[in-house]
Design a protein. Structure first.
Length: 194
């Protein structure tokens, strides 16, 4: 266990090459190699790493995620037990734990073991972000959509209710403004607006 607490280079099989993108979440790391393969490391307790066969395992070394490699992603965002993936066409996919609505797939559905398209975003999405149990999508027109755990009002709805489908954020602070970027932590959210 001591070796895991000492910083060291992450190594992948030589045929994959080096890393060109990396994304981190609460308990996970996802990376894209120069050969455009997606490798994952960390906790897979809700199949948030898109490896359903190994649900519940923790990957201490890079593991190829064939399901994620099969699509061309622009951005991957990791929450505590879920992930959002944005493809090159501006379509958002979610996977992992459904609790609190963090997947944006509606109330009553189960966990998503494979990337599943999120609908109702109104426009091409250019950025996604996750907090612990919340999700966000910024569209090309500058709208920001939020869903997931409403506690602490981090969804910007003015209420603490959980939201199970993407909802456009509003209010006087965003009126007439374009959202450029969004990021979320455990109990708060920040945005850059123009």
């Amino acid at each position: 266990m001591k070796a895991l607490l000492k910083p060291d280079q992450v190594r992948v099989r030589s045929r994959m090459g080096a890393f060109k993108d990396v994304w981190a979440g609460s308990y996970n790391t996802v990376a894209r190699t120069n050969s455009d393969e997606i490798v994952v490391m960390g906790l897979n307790n809700y199949t948030q790493l898109a490896i359903p066969l190994y649900k519940g395992l923790t990957f201490f070394m890079p593991e190829l995620a064939k399901d994620l490699t099969s699509k061309e992603w622009g951005v991957v965002a990791m929450g505590q037990h879920h992930a959002l993936c944005l493809n090159k066409d501006g379509v958002v996919y979610s996977l992992g734990r459904q609790e609190y609505g963090r997947l944006g797939l509606g109330e009553g559905g189960g966990d998503a073991t494979h990337p599943t398209a999120v609908t109702g975003l109104g426009d091409t999405v250019v950025e996604v972000a996750c907090g612990t149990a919340v999700s966000f999508a910024v569209t090309a027109s500058g709208d920001c959509y939020s869903w997931g755990m409403g506690t602490n009002c981090q969804l910007g709805t003015g209420a603490e209710d959980d939201v199970y489908l993407p909802g456009k954020m509003g209010g006087k602070q965003l009126q007439g403004k374009k959202v450029i970027a969004v990021s979320s932590g455990g109990q708060h959210t920040v945005m850059i607006v123009q």
